[in-house]
Design a protein around this ligand. Sequence first.
Ligand SMILES: Cc1ncc(COP(=O)(O)O)c(C=O)c1O
Length: 477
Amino acid sequence: MGVVVIPRVIFRYPSLFRLAQQQNPFANSTRLIMEMVSLDSLDTLLARDGAVIWHPFTQHGLGRPLLPVAEARGAMLRDTQGREYLDMISSWWVNLHGHGRRELAQAVAEQIQRLDHVQFAGATHEPAVRLAERLLEKAGLAGSARVFYSDNGSTAVEAALKIAHQHWVNRGEPRRLFATLRGSYHGDTVGAMSVGRSSGFFDAFHGMMFETVSLPVPLIWNGFANEEGDKAALEEVARLLEGDADSMAALIVEPLVQGAGGMRFHSPRFLEKLCALFRDRGIPVIFDEVMTGFGRTGSFFAYQQTGIIPDMICLSKGITGGILPLAVTIVAEKLFDSFLGNDFSTALAHGHSYTANPVACAAALCSLDLHEQTDSMGQVDRINRRMARHLGLLAGNPRIEHLRILGGIAAFDLAGVESAYSAAAGREMAAYAQENGLLMRTIGNVIYFIPPYCITDEQIDTAFRVIGEFLGRQKAS
Ligand SMILES: Cc1ncc(COP(=O)(O)O)c(C=O)c1O
């Protein structure tokens, strides 16, 4: 390995080399040398990235710095210079059990050697069938629903929308409208954008989208129940359905928490009544649990905090524990039945090359085991109590408002500042956090925490200390 480069690296960064040795006494010398080599090549990596990569949700014209990540373990990420960052957003809300889980790596390695991939039309395999069985069991839907596989949250939603649409076509009563909650986000493909058009992310794409109806959503936060808002919203929806019910294909909702729209919470009782208005008129209800699934809200699925059994459930993100892309759309058997026939015309013409990839399914099965072995719901409860304590300490700070917590998701808004997605105050906070060892992304003026379930209480304390310092600094300036 890099013996030739050692003298050059040590010559260039002698103090950092000593510092790394002091701070990382467990690392062997090979590892240290490699870290120093990567330090040497950092500029090169960023320059190479700048020449060939187009990053998601990024305005490259602004030239904002990138975090070059080299390694991750537990709740920590480490950059190419050896600096560590607490992953307070679970790497875009996907990671559950911590980074670098040996069990997941082993499950993936074993599966890839047995069966790496096969197309899922006209073929099947044990990992996909087993995973479907276990997910349906977890959802309490064994015998009454089935699983349609895809690759990511957007495709899980896209499949649900197409299933709802074709369900009505197959019944000979085509319906064109989807109802959504204002501020919802469901992904970036065209159908998902259409039902998420009011999220504000997709202004450039209005010409591509289909028509939707967006419904009022009465927000709640700690200490604010909004019963009047619930009532007014439900009356508005009931009025709307008087005219539009017969053209309505489905209602799609992010249950309890609208994630990318700003970690906005609504009440389970509101959701129940809203869904009842649609269900009573025979309109299917889709729950997009891409973000809320797998324990984030304090129950394994968010809908389990309501009395509703949705007709379809979209899952992705945490499904593999956050290590491989996979998604499912769980579909009620009665919807599936409307696709049965004697020719292809009523079949669902939808599928992806990597549908039900066996390696991703093996990771998802292992992740389900890890939920049990690590008592993930108990961990979410612990995280909830710790973060709630910190929110309690922040309450009353005039710089923030709308403090809210549900399961392992905590959030608040920066008060009196611009709220647009690119709001400066949020960006400043995220930059400060990163300088101080936290990986955070803000949504406009919304600061949120959604850490992996392995995070320790001390790590949570550290994160809130840094954010508290930021808020204190702002007050002083
Ligand atoms: C509720 C919800 N649905 C769908 C998606 C889209 O998922 P993906 O980014 O995997 O396409 C997201 C992503 O954040 C989401 O939060």
